[in-house]
Ligand binder design. Structure first.
Ligand code: PLP
Length: 401
């Protein structure tokens, strides 16, 4: 027997980790004690948390916790099987009805996470002989789904409908099925996809539109219904609306909403739906309650929007380039990965946790501090953070690369 130390495969892993270190690409897990909220204890010290997707502050909402506890007491800990075996509980049905109503769509299906929902969508809706048109900055789960689908992949320039149109014009008719897929709120840039233009191109070329509302659900649209509400579109315009329950909704899991035949098709074809144990009842109960809380406490959405516009204008006053779109994701560009991580550490030493985002999550040379806001922050918190940005303003890029 040889020890782990001596195995050459493990030595190879160690070497790759060393290279990640050398390029400022090594990632480490940090531990938050207690619930997710604006102020947390991170690796033992209190900090202001500016990098969570808990946009509405629902992750520790007492009504969600109570609903989950009730379900735990009545229905136990586990669904015990996959949905198609015996794992579909009345709680799954109830949440799916609520989600369909929330999204004003005829039907909805719950998935175990947004990541697997996107794998399901790309691999079931497209295959060999089909083509997927995908925005260059789409989320990694969409990228992975596209790769796994074996469909022809056409990447169009970020938010560039003219480029998308030219790709559709050139090759579109040669494929059996055409999919256009986009994040609605882009996860690392916080900007919005031009959905009305995409929808009209899709009509022209008979393509299915798949929209990832992970950062839009509970966040944009007057009542938090997401990008369709924001743009005045509906389920007939956007064939497939996908979103997660673990970000603004403070729970866990994901959904797809759309036509009944879409949902039936996924139930029959989506391997990441079929071959996995269903979500447990307590999680489903928390999600259902979250949908109710969004409506009961609409002021959370309004406050989040106001925090976002205040913070953007604060950065703009410092001469830093910031986007215009009303989302709670506000990237501040730095450029090199090493400098980005040093800035993130500098903020952390001053009690503010803003994650640095580097390649491969974002393109080379566009590393950034990515600020995300939450409705449980106070306006005074933003003043403090803006004062820190003012101190280091020379270290940020003055224009987009
Ligand atoms: C987070 C995210 C996902 C994945 O959702 P999870 O429920 O966290 O797995 C999918 N798409 C986008 C755009 C995301 O930001």
């Amino acid at each position: 027997m040889i020890s782990g130390e001596g195995k050459s495969a493990l030595a190879g892993l160690r070497e790759e980790l060393r290279q990640l270190d050398a390029n400022s690409r090594r990632r480490f897990l940090r531990t938050v004690a207690g619930p997710q909220r604006a102020r947390v204890v991170l690796d033992g010290r209190p900090v202001l948390l500016l990098c969570s997707n808990n946009y509405l502050g629902l992750a520790e909402h007492p009504d969600l916790a109570r609903a989950a506890a009730r379900a735990l007491g009545k229905e136990g800990c586990s669904a015990g099987a996959s949905r198609l075996i015996s794992g579909t509980m009345s709680a799954h049905r109830a949440l799916e009805e609520d989600l369909a109503a929330f999204k004003k769509a005829p039907a909805a299906l719950v998935f175990n996470s947004g990541y697997v929902a996107n794998l399901a969508l790309m691999t079931t809706l497209a295959g060999a002989g089909d083509v997927i048109y995908s925005d260059a900055l789409n989320h990694a789960s969409i990228v992975d789904g596209c790769r796994l689908s074996q469909a022809r992949l056409e990447i169009y320039r970020h938010r560039d409908v003219d480029h998308l149109a030219s790709r559709l014009r050139e090759g579109g008719r040669n494929f059996r099925r055409r999919l256009i897929v986009t994040d609605s709120v882009f996860s690392m840039d916080g900007d919005l996809a031009p959905l009305p233009e995409i929808v009209s191109l899709a009509r022209q070329y008979d393509a299915l539109v798949v929209v990832d509302d992970a950062h839009a659900t509970g966040v944009i649209g007057e009542t938090g219904r997401g990008s369709a509400e924001y743009f005045g579109l509906d389920w007939r315009d956007i064939d497939v609306q996908m979103g997660t329950l673990g970000k603004a909704l403070g729970s866990f899991g994901a959904y797809v909403a759309g036509a009944p035949e879409l949902i039936d098709y996924l139930v029959n074809r989506a391997r990441s739906f079929i071959y996995t144990t269903a979500l447990p009842p307590a999680v489903l109960a928390a999600s259902r309650e979250a949908l109710k809380v969004v409506d009961r406490e609409l002021e959370r959405i309004a406050k989040l929007a106001l925090l976002g516009s205040r913070f953007r204008s604060g950065l703009r006053d410092l001469g830093l380039p910031v986007g215009e779109d009303p989302t709670p994701i506000i990237p501040v560009l730095v450029g090199p990965a090493e400098k980005t991580m040093a800035l993130s550490a500098w903020f952390l030493e001053r009690g503010v946790f803003i994650q640095g985002i580097r390649p491969p999550t974002v393109p080379e040379g566009s590393s950034r501090l990515r600020v995300t806001l939450s409705a449980d922050l106070e306006f005074a918190d933003l003043d403090l953070v803006l004062a820190l940005f003012a101190e280091r303003r020379r270290d940020f890029l003055r224009k987009k690369p």
